[in-house]
Design a protein around this ligand. Structure first.
Ligand code: ZN
Ligand code: ZN
Length: 300
């Protein structure tokens, strides 16, 4: 069910209450799915249970880490706690990947030797799944103005469609003896989970590995910096992101010999204006004279 991909800042108590409600609903439904999957002997439902376990974890960790991420920095965590949300995303990817691989191991032998499932029980689970997920879609339908809500909406619609497929499969298996439908559905769901988990991993890894944010064009920044009065060059530019939203930057600027402190602070002000559009919230500028022997300069 509902995901919490991107975190919104400055939450109201109302949305906190909604997240709490979504978390409990997902948790209860996940437990029902694991029990229902075991009772009906359906790997398709177990597959979906893994997916909803991931959703539950994402909402729970999102809620927990959101509180942490907004805490002020201190002498131990000098950047604050923003990386916690990146950690949460990594944990979620691991749970979904391991879970769906386990399900595939359980499912693949059933393609060769399908097992009987309790199709009637599956029909009831399918109806419950469509109702619970469908209700969540309708609840969100009214307020899908933010990008975050659109992502959640799309996700919930996928979840509902998954349950519609399980329901149809269960009805078919109820009237015809085609037990292989269950492992086929299970594989489709597990592969879909894996695909999304790996896609998420590839969007988180660059943040983890301190890659420069894709949206930032370093060449353009350097060119703009060189336009500033008295600036003769820029080097040792580093840009990285704490959580995909909060970017950090450090750079060395070479300036004319006769620049005094007052002019230097004007230059720094201009630099901040230039990089403001790139979500760079923390910047360190080192100002050097043209002929200063900076060890970083030798590398260029
Ligand atoms: Zn979901
Ligand atoms: Zn330098």
């Amino acid at each position: 069910m509902g995901h919490h991909h991107h975190h919104s800042h400055g939450q109201h108590s109302d949305s906190t209450k909604n997240i709490g409600f979504a978390f409990i609903l997902n948790l209860v439904f996940t437990i029902i799915e694991f029990i229902g999957g075991a009772m009906t002997n359906s790997v398709a439902i177990l597959s979906d249970a893994i997916h909803d376990l991931g959703d539950t974890l994402a909402i729970g960790m999102g809620y927990f880490f959101e509180k942490y991420s907004n805490k002020e920095e201190n002498t131990k965590y000098t950047y604050g706690y923003r990386r916690y949300s990146t950690l949460a995303a990594i944990v979620n990817v691991i749970v979904l990947t391991v879970g769906s691989i386990l399900i595939l191991f359980k499912t693949i032998p059933r393609l060769i030797e399908p097992q009987e499932v309790n199709s009637e029980g599956m029909v009831y689970m399918g109806i419950l799944g469509v109702i619970v997920n469908g209700a969540a879609v309708f609840k969100l339908f009214g307020n899908k103005d933010s990008a975050n809500q659109r992502v959640m909406m799309l996700h919930l619609m996928e979840d509902t469609l998954g349950w519609v497929a399980v329901l149809i499969g269960a009805i078919v298996m109820h009237f015809y003896d085609i037990p292989i439908i269950d492992p086929i559905l299970s594989i489709c769901i597990a592969v879909f989970i894996l695909y999304n988990a790996i896609r998420n991993l590839f969007s988180i890894l660059p943040i983890f590995l301190q890659a420069a944010p894709k949206t930032v064009n370093q060449e353009e920044i350097i060119n703009e910096l060189k336009e500033i009065n008295h600036v003769t060059g820029a080097h040792d530019l580093h840009i990285w992101s704490l959580d995909g939203e909060f970017n950090v930057m450090s750079l060395h600027l070479t300036v004319d010999k006769n620049v005094d402190m007052k002019e230097a602070s004007l230059i720094k002000q201009k630099v901040r204006e230039i990089i403001d559009k790139d979500h760079i919230k923390h910047i360190t500028i080192e100002i050097e004279c043209d002929d200063e022997d900076c060890e970083m300069n030798h590398r260029q």
